[in-house]
Design a binder for this molecule. Structure first.
Ligand code: ZN
Length: 72
């Protein structure tokens, strides 16, 4: 009787854990997709330096590689 309960627990808990992990992963992927779309819009503005006009810069650049000016 006790071993039956233990066996049921062992069988059910991993199934629940897998469902939980699955829900977490798909939720995370949804977040990543939205984040990537957001970043893409911002990145277009970072191509040319407003101070010295140097460009193009790396898409993830924050500062100008030529004069060090903060890119908008
Ligand atoms: Zn510059």
């Amino acid at each position: 009787m006790v071993s039956g309960t233990i066996l049921a627990g062992v069988a059910i808990i991993p199934a629940q854990a897998a469902a939980l992990a699955d829900a977490f992963v798909s939720g995370q992927m949804e977040k990543d997709r939205r984040g990537a779309a957001k970043k893409k819009k911002k990145r277009r503005l970072r191509q040319k330096c407003s101070k010295c006009g140097e460009g193009p810069h790396r898409n993830d650049a924050i500062y100008c590689w030529s004069c060090g000016e903060l890119l908008d």
